[in-house]
Design a protein around this ligand. Structure first.
Ligand code: ATP
Length: 289
């Protein structure tokens, strides 16, 4: 038996870091939305009781460090499953890019195994397993657009932003989310207005959404990866209505409603950036069953 699930990437339209908690995590307040750039997860039943990972990207771990492996292991333990699974990960989402690729692979694995092993887990149960793997996994279980609080796992689904193109450019470096948080000094960091962003989305006010894009972590990554400011400036010059770094970066995204402008920005970035994509925001939630 084989079950296939899409694992879409996310971007942060607003990301505020509020404080460092005693447990070492940071308290955040964010607006996240899924985009039409996805990995593909294929789960195939194995005769032997083991979890095997096969990834199309050479630098993604194929052992217990892989988030999809961790999700499968937790499910096997919790539901006392003695069957094995081969998880084939076809990577499209760039790795360590601020797009939650690994978290989305884990979420898609949870959805796929729920079907394959007929576990009848509710969305909440799948989110609870996801939370044990990582802070962004519960969001990746539901997808769509949501406010995320706590360490990112407390979610309030909201309406999707109005349709537009998202152009993504990742400089040829990867950053570690943990390192970016470690370098963050909250005293002089900018704090975006998350509530105003939620209101702009509710009003379907595209230009207000563009004006309110903000990310507390951006200045930290900017100081380490020069290309982030260069790409931001380039996208603005080429006519993007709003530009921002996603998550801990270093991927930068730009928004436009016009296909011709999307093409112009995409083509001009292709010349000097190794990973460039032009995709749509996903409207609504992923079908879960
Ligand atoms: P986030 O935005 O949630 O912080 P990210 O998009 O910046 O995540 P990922 O692509 O999830 O980063 O990769 C972070 C690290 O996780 C990588 O360095 C990689 O070694 C590890 N990893 C584990 N499982 C996966 C997976 N399935 N796909 C990609 N990376 C994975």
């Amino acid at each position: 038996m084989k079950v296939i699930e899409r694992a879409p990437a996310k971007i942060n339209l607003s990301l505020d870091v509020i404080r460092k908690r005693n447990d070492g995590f940071h308290e955040v307040n964010m607006v996240m939305t899924t985009i039409d750039l996805s990995d593909r997860i294929e789960c195939t039943a194995l005769d032997t009781d083991q979890i095997k990972i096969n990834s199309s990207a050479s630098f993604v771990p194929e052992d217990a460090r892989n988030f999809a492996y961790q999700a499968a292991k937790l499910i096997k333990q919790k539901y006392n499953i003695h069957q094995g699974v081969l998880i084939n990960i076809l990577k499209e989402i760039p790795v360590a890019a601020g797009l939650a690729g690994g978290s989305s692979d884990a979420a898609a694995t949870i959805r796929a195994l729920n079907k394959m092993w007929n576990l009848k887990m509710s969305v909440e149960e799948m989110m609870a397993i996801g939370e044990e793997v990582g802070s962004d996994v519960p969001f990746c279980i539901i997808g769509g657009t949501a406010i995320a609080k706590g360490r990112g796992e407390k979610l309030i689904p909201i309406a999707s932003p109005p349709p537009c193109w998202v152009i993504l450019a990742k400089p040829p470096v990867s950053v570690s989310t943990a390192e970016i948080y470690q370098s963050l000094s909250l005293n002089n960091a900018p704090h975006p207005d998350v509530q105003a962003m939620v209101q702009a989305i509710e009003n379907q006010d595209y230009f207000q959404i563009c004006a309110l894009l903000g990310n507390t972590l951006e200045s930290v990554t900017l100081s380490k990866v020069q290309e982030v400011s260069q790409i931001k400036a380039h996208m603005k010059r080429m006519g993007a209505d709003g530009v921002l770094m996603s998550g801990s970066g270093p991927t930068v995204f730009g928004l436009t409603r016009y296909e011709s402008r999307m093409q112009r920005i995409y083509n001009s970035l292709k010349g000097y950036c190794p990973h460039v994509y032009a995709v749509h925001l996903c409207r609504g939630r992923e079908p879960l069953e």
